[in-house]
Design a protein around this ligand. Sequence first.
Ligand SMILES: NC(=O)c1ccc[n+]([C@@H]2O[C@H](COP(=O)([O-])OP(=O)(O)OC[C@H]3O[C@@H](n4cnc5c(N)ncnc54)[C@H](O)[C@@H]3O)[C@@H](O)[C@H]2O)c1
Length: 226
Amino acid sequence: MEQLIERCCGLDVHRDTVAACVRAPGPGGRRTQTVQAFGTGAADLLAVGLPAGPELGRRLRALEETLPANVDTLYSNPANLREAIRMADIVVGAVYVTGGRTPILIRREMLPTMKTGAVLVDVSVDQGGLAETTRPTTHREPTYVVDGVVHYAVSNMPGAVARTSTYALTNITTPYVLRLADKGWQEACRQDPALRLGLNVVQGKVTLQPIAEQFGYAYVPPEAVL
Ligand SMILES: NC(=O)c1ccc[n+]([C@@H]2O[C@H](COP(=O)([O-])OP(=O)(O)OC[C@H]3O[C@@H](n4cnc5c(N)ncnc54)[C@H](O)[C@@H]3O)[C@@H](O)[C@H]2O)c1
């Protein structure tokens, strides 16, 4: 009996590399083919990122189930990122690490692997940007090109839709502002752990750990100075 397999993968195993070729259904009844090569060293295999902890796996699965069927999720690791940007027409980066500089995930040498004319939207630009080649731009002159990749790195993107974004932001922030106004900042921060997370410096002490680490100051927990 003949059997049709929708998705299939072939592996070509060498001493130093493994090449994987996946064929899967694509748009309009066509098939897509993706080939990716991995090194066989431990670091390369770890970079593929298969075992990244049960919690991350659970969250990604939940997202896969919630999002439309044409949305795929991937672990963020160097191998997946390299492959994803190679195929992308638009890359939108919105990575953030609380209090720290955005980690640089896209190095300059990766740009030539991207399509010519591909667009890199670096939303994280206000915290340093996730691409080595990112520099802040303005609404007046929003883009520039490096190695054929169009960079868009406006550091105040919501300013393009000022009214809508103000409503969106103040819907979330107004309750906090009211708490600060009603109780005074100190009492409000004592009572509300979420507000405490926003304290960077209190009475000359650095109360946010990533800031203390980044600038070489002693970290003092906010509870100790409130
Ligand atoms: N340019 C602009 O106009 C503009 C507008 C709004 C927000 N921002 C900036 O965009 C960034 C994101 O803001 P947000 O509110 O969505 O932050 P957020 O904390 O809600 O989301 C950041 C996400 O990045 C993920 N992340 C961290 N390290 C990662 C890594 N190595 N690989 C993949 N993902 C990683 C985190 O898990 C988190 O889900 C911030 O830097 C913010 O300041 C810029």
